[in-house]
Design a protein around this ligand. Structure first.
Ligand code: PRT
Ligand code: ZN
Length: 283
């Protein structure tokens, strides 16, 4: 049995559950319980506070976990950081009151900085040789400058609206974070084998999310150029159309370059372009 820890409730919970579902994991409803059993995979899911997940995995209470990289760095737990999962994106940043003259981390020498990330901040400050006082608070860090507790804050930012409503401006990004899959360093071979199966499925889900299936019709004289734009997994599938001199081309296109590719295809006289999502992609 592979034991995996995910957040009980909060920003990473829903996407962690959806990712496991897309990997074909069918768990019984947890109804606020600590753990859920899985009906069709040798796995058990633990629901924990995100702050506790790295330690549980490091101690081997869980074999694997899904947690924000921000928590992992702050806790400094001794686990394998296996891969990024493509959700829970945010950044740990320094921010100051909008009207302040501080414009970079170096300006914060001699100031008081409020944060829930003291270890990460302290490592950052010593790397940059900045001497500042760190005030640890566990929540609502953004109100600290307003109530005179600090001159600056170091906190997670995603849309930036919390900073804006509290009259703060971001002056430096310390690091970009997202949800990651972590694993115990000393799991038994049996657990490692199940973990590898899960990882294989996660990659298939991830590839599918990042790619689209594309079908189009094109004049035969432009096919060579179209193949350059649409290399496909191995090479595109080509089927002749009933209309002489035309073919149907089927391939896969990466989300990041999608619109560029479409423009090039149109310039190559591609017509009837159909695009659909891919459910799983095994390469
Ligand atoms: O109960 P538990 O301890 O498990 O949960 P929690 O309350 O500690 O964490 P939670 O659910 O808030 O966040 C879980 C994880 O989501 C974090 O560890 C990050 O990896 C990730 N994440 C992504 C974020 C954000 N985006 C985020 N915006 N975590 C927190 N925030 C907060 C931030 O602290 C600030 O207060 O949202 C506010 C800023 O958001 P914007 O959109 O206004 O910029
Ligand atoms: Zn937490």
């Amino acid at each position: 049995m592979l034991k995996i820890a995910i957040q009980k409730s909060g920003r990473l919970h829903d996407e962690s559950v959806s990712l496991l579902r897309e990997c074909g994991i069918r768990m019984n409803n947890n109804n606020g319980q600590l753990k859920a059993s899985v009906l069709n995979f040798p796995m058990e899911v633990f629901f924990l506070r995100d702050d506790d997940i790295p330690q549980y995995v490091a101690d081997g209470v869980a074999d694997a976990g899904i947690v924000g990289e921000n928590i992992l760095r702050e806790k400094g737990a001794h686990v394998d950081n296996v891969c990024k999962l493509g959700f829970g994106q945010c950044r740990l940043s320094l921010a100051v009151p909008r009207n302040s003259s501080f414009s970079s981390a170096d300006d914060l020498a001699g100031t008081r900085i409020a944060t829930s990330y003291p270890s990460t901040l302290s490592r950052f400050l010593s790397r940059r040789k900045i001497k500042a006082e760190i005030h640890v608070i566990s929540g609502s860090v953004e109100i600290a400058p307003g109530i005179g507790l600090s001159d600056a804050i170091c906190d997670l930012v995603s849309s930036g609206s919390t900073l804006l409503t509290n009259g703060l401006k971001e002056i430096e990004v310390i690091f970009q974070s997202e949800a990651v899959l972590i694993a115990n360093k000393k799991s038994e071979q049996a657990q490692k084998d199940i973990f590898d199966k899960l990882l294989f499925r996660m990659h298939a889900v991830r590839n599918a999310r990042n790619n689209k299936y594309i079908m189009l019709n094109a004049p035969n004289e432009n096919l060579k150029e179209i193949f350059k734009v649409l290399p496909g997994l191995k090479s595109p599938t080509v089927v002749p159309l009933a209309t002489e001199g035309w073919s149907s081309v089927q391939s896969v296109v990466n989300e990041d370059v999608f619109w560029e590719v479409i423009e090039k295809l149109k310039a190559l006289r591609a017509e009837g372009i159909l695009v659909s999502p891919i459910e799983k992609m095994i390469v």
